[in-house]
Design a protein around this ligand. Sequence first.
Ligand code: DAH
Length: 343
Amino acid sequence: MSDLKESLMNTRVEFEEKIKSLTNSKEIEALRVEFFGKKGKLTGVLRGMGQLSPEERPAAGKLVNEVREKMESVFSEYQSKIADLENSHKLKKEVIDVTLPTSYKGAGARHPLNMAINEICDIFLGLGYSIGEGPEVEYDKYNFELLRLPKGHPARDTQDTFYISENILLRTQTSPMQIRIMENQKPPIKVICPGKVYRQDTLDSTHSPVFHQIEGLVVDKGITMGDLVGSLQLFAKKLFGEDTKIRLRPHHFPFTEPSVEVDLTCWSCGGKGCRVCKGEGWIEVLGAGMVHPEVLENCGIDSEEYSGFAFGIGVERTAMGRYGIDDIRLLYENDVRFLKQFK
Ligand code: DAH
């Protein structure tokens, strides 16, 4: 019994000596293992109790428990003291002086595609149009059927896209916005709808599977092809300068009748013919036409009373012409060296 007492006291003294000199939580943990661990010094002393006679055991047990509790409370006191110390060191080290000057990276700039969209929208806002927006994930009905492209129509082949389900797809054009607008609004209508469209296309210098269009729609009593031509002429001059002319070529779109493709005089050579316009002097920028009476009727608008025109502008091509960009891929790579030039 006296042996046990002695080694218990020695252990406690050694423990208290050692713990005083500790400075960090690693050392604290090492001390915990040294004394309280499975093979620790205190554990070793407790094991010695097995050699005591049954009469001695209760008193020894009481003593052992008292000493252990004391040691444990000393331990946890030091443990939290050291943790506090470490914490406040860490906080001091990480303190931030909010009055120091920052490493200012400079403001960013608008993306050239958004610049083009803003410029074009501004022109039409000035002509009294409002702006509409709609979903990129669209019903087949809006993207095709109500625009007179029923399932199986051959013109769908040129606008293959990603189908979410049989009747839901990534829109291939902004023209479904014509339907969405006319379903919700009665004439007079005068709206432009910018947005992303999707087509099954391989990326090269002039094609991208995602690109942007701006749809225009005007519906009212007595709207004629003359209104369409006048509006587009004005748009071309405002965007590319007073000398810009437009040229209409007959075309076919199922949702307009008559339909045209519209060229602008080349922004690079002014019409003489150059590399940019492949010697043509003209560059195709949009499709347009008079809204087909059946499309008006599909949206509950009386085609005897009302008529309208619509157009779809290709944003990428316009932006590339406007800002002298020769490869469409530059618009999507987000290379800061490229984007910086548009500040
Ligand atoms: N949606 C057509 C396309 O992507 C472009 C277009 C043509 C839009 C004629 C129109 C239009 O509004 O009237 O090829």
